[in-house]
Ligand binder design. Sequence first.
Ligand code: ATP
Ligand code: MG
Length: 424
Amino acid sequence: MIFKVPRGTQDILPSETWKWQQVESIIKDVSDAFRYKEIRTPIFEQTELFQRLVGETTDVVQKEMYTFTDKGNRSMTLRPEGTAPVVRSFVEHKMFGIPDQPVKLFYVGPMFRYERQQAGRYRQFVQFGAEAIGSADPAIDAEVIALAMNVYERAGLSDLKLVLNSLGDTECRKSHKDALIAHFSPHIAEFCSDCKSRLDLNPLRILDCKVDSENPLIATAPSLTDYLNEDSAAYFEQVKSYLDDLNISYEVDANLVRGLDYYNHTAFEIMSTSEGFGAITTLCGGGRYNGLAEDIGGPSAPGIGFAMSIERLLLAMNAEGKSFDEEPTLDVYIVTLGDDAKRPGFKLLNELRKSGIRSDMDYMDRKMKGQMKSADRLNAEVVVVIGEDEVAENVAMVRNMSDGTQEKIATSELVEKITSSLKR
Ligand code: ATP
Ligand code: MG
C-alpha cells in the first residue's frame, strides 16, 4: 500500500460515522434548546487573525499552526480554533447591530493543529463550540457552561468534573503578571527555553508549560485569585452562584490557565473522571473574552464561549461504556428472478425510495438464494419477491421477515401497503 492517511488524522468509516451523526444531532438539539444558531466559517483564514487573537506566545501560534502561502503570496492558516473566526465574522457582518443581543452562535467543524499524535490528540479534529457575544452578564457564563454540560449529559456521560477559575480583568492581570515575573526571574535558568522567552512577554504561560509542570516553583507561584480586584471577584461570585442555581457543581482551581491568550474573567474546563479515560482528561475548555472584538477593530462586545472535540467526547463515552442507539436497518429488500422481473423491481425500488423508505436490491446478478442472504445480512424488515409469475399477474410477494408471513399484493397497491406495514 503506497498511500496512508496523514499522521494525526483518521478516516471515519461508516461503522463510526453513525456514532458521529448521533453526537452531532445531540449537539444540534441542545444548541437549539439554548437558542444558539449555527455559523459556518471558512476552514482557513489570514494567518494574522490567529496571531493577533490567539496570541503570539501561545503554543498554538508558535508551534501548532498549519500555515501556507497561497498563490497570491498571502499567508493563510488552517483554522486551529473557532473563536477567532467567529469573532471576525461577528465584526465583519456587524452582528453587534442585531437587536437581539447577545448573539448566540455555535459551530461544528474540523480544526487543525500540528501536534504529536496520541490518544485524544489529532492533527485534524472536529470541534463543537458555542459563543455568546455582546453580553457581560455573569448569567450568560453559567448558561454557556450549562450548554456544554447538557451535551455531555445527553450523551450519557456522568463522570464529569467542572473546573473553574477567574483570570480577572486587564488591571488584575497586570499586577499578577508583575508578581509572576518577580517570582520566576531569579530561577528562570531552571526552566525550558520556551519559558525563558515567556517570562517577559507572557509569564502566565509558564504555569501552563508541559515541560516544566513538575517544577516546584509552579505550585508556589502567586495565584491570580489573590490579585482579583473587587469587580472581578464580585463577577466571579455571581457566576458561581448562577451555577449553584443550576445545580452544576464545580471545583475552583486557581492555577487553571487556558492555552489561548484571549481569556479574561471566567475560565473553565470540563474533565472526564472516568478511569478508562487515559492521560488526557480535558474534554472541553472555554472562557470569557471581553475585548476580543475590539482587538480586530470592532466595537466593545464582551463574549464567552467554549470548544470541545467530538473525538474526546466519543472517547469519554467509550470509557464510560455508553452504547449508541442501534443503527437503522433496511426497510425493504427487493428480490427479483429473471430479466423480466428486474425492470418492475427496479421501478418499485425507486417508488419506495421516493416515499422515504430505506430500500435496496441486488446489482451483482446473484441467484435467488444469494439475494435472500443479502436481505438477511442487511437485516431487511420486508422482502419483496418478484418472479416471472408475479410479473405475469401484476403482483409481488411481500414477506414480513420478523414473523415469516407473506402476502400477494397488486403492483398498484405495493407502496401504500408496504409503507403501512413497516414498524416505523
Ligand atoms: P490540550 O491542553 O489538551 O492541548 P487545549 O488547551 O489546546 O487542550 P483548546 O484549544 O482549549 O484545547 O481546545 C478545546 C478542546 O478541543 C479541548 O478541550 C479538546 O477537547 C479539544 N482539542 C484540542 N486539541 C485537540 C486535538 N489535537 N485533538 C483532539 N481534540 C483536541
Ligand atoms: Mg493543545
